[in-house]
Design a protein around this ligand. Structure first.
Ligand SMILES: [Zn+2]
Length: 151
């Protein structure tokens, strides 16, 4: 079964279930579809994308936003004045947080579970480690990388 969102000539929207994608055309051509509100047989598909009947639950908004693939990083193009702000944020974080190098993920976890003193830290983590932290509800963010730091 396929569900189509339908709309009649006067703008009433309703859902219709059909055996297959061709059934709508057949029933429509034979005036077998009528609007439940006004009874007209002048009915069209409102949306091109059909929902499949076996899918009982509505997809949540989060599922409609595919997460970026592994290895993808967010980029920004900003004018030099904004690069200065980014540079200052970087400098501030590096000044106030402790550099822990490749221990970052483990140390962030320890701080989260109060096994290490609460403080800001920064260091290197793989995308897998960041994903694991995220899954545990430990929120970390990537430090902005300045253009001059790229090879
Ligand atoms: Zn109608």
């Amino acid at each position: 079964m396929i569900k189509y969102s339908l709309i009649c000539e006067t703008g009433h929207e309703f859902d219709g279930w059909f055996q297959n994608s061709g059934a709508f055309d057949v029933q429509s051509a034979n005036s077998l579809i009528s609007c439940p509100s006004c009874g007209t047989h002048e009915v069209q598909k409102a949306l091109m994308a059909p929902a499949v009947a076996t899918r009982a639950k509505e997809t949540t908004p989060a599922q409609n936003h595919p997460t970026p693939g592994a290895g993808t990083t967010t980029h920004a193009y900003v004018p030099p004045s904004i690069q200065d702000i980014v540079r200052k944020i970087r400098t501030e974080i590096e000044k106030r947080a402790e550099y822990v190098g490749s221990d970052f993920a483990e140390e962030a976890r320890k701080i989260h579970y109060a096994e290490s003193p609460e403080r800001g830290i920064y260091g290197e983590a793989t995308s897998d480690q960041v994903a694991e932290l995220d899954a545990e509800g430990i929120q970390v963010f990537a430090l902005p990388v300045l253009p001059e730091e790229r090879n």
